[in-house]
Design a protein around this ligand. Sequence first.
Ligand SMILES: C[S@@+](CC[C@H](N)C(=O)[O-])C[C@H]1O[C@@H](n2cnc3c(N)ncnc32)[C@H](O)[C@@H]1O
Length: 233
Amino acid sequence: MTKNPPEKETIQPLFDAIAPVYDFLNHFLSFGIDTYWRNQIISTLLLTPNDIILDAACGTGALSHRLLKKYSHVPFSLTGVDFSEKMIDHAMKTIHDKRATFIQGDVETLPFEELTFHHVMIAFGVRNLENLSKGLHEMYRVLKKEGTIHILEFSVPPNGLWRRLFHFYFHKILPPLGKWISGHSHAYTYLPKSVEHFLPLKEFTALLTNTGFHSVTIHAMTGGVCTLYVAQK
Ligand SMILES: C[S@@+](CC[C@H](N)C(=O)[O-])C[C@H]1O[C@@H](n2cnc3c(N)ncnc32)[C@H](O)[C@@H]1O
């Protein structure tokens, strides 16, 4: 299991605090590459009319926004869930699309019936779950039979030189920059720690399989800085 899993009591106020600057900082600190990563996860989601989608740990709704934009003429329904009230407020204020609903809730105890969704997507969320196994079981439970899960998460690059550069940027550049812009002292020291404490690729894949998912595909992006997992119920 994840080393030193994050505690909800610490994480929830942290995300509440950075919600107003979250989108800007995402683009700025990733040099805009986050848009490419989000487009990649969206491209794996084969939407058909009237599908029901869950955006788990949706934050400000950045991923939902891209999906709604890509399928602007397709009827489907989307629910975004996040336990940070400020993130949900931001999503509701910025996304005005009748197909989308945003609610405050916990991914580890999802407020939905089983077999509700055709697809579940979660971007940069699994690393933040206090009980990862519980969260994965919940997302599995609410998926319809043969539904798919699409997971985007940071990972540690396997290549030595690239990994050293990644460590340098994540530990030395990103925390002071993040602190300076967000005014929050812990958020951007938490980010590199949480990435390093997250399960290595093989262990995370095994956890997906143990949860019940099959046909897991893995796609490393940007030299392994970010990994996209797609699996089926
Ligand atoms: C790094 S942000 C990612 C947000 C968004 N998915 C994106 O792509 O920008 C992680 C989000 O996970 C949420 N989160 C963490 N643990 C959660 C939980 N147990 N239930 C619901 N949301 C959670 C946080 O509030 C935060 O908004």
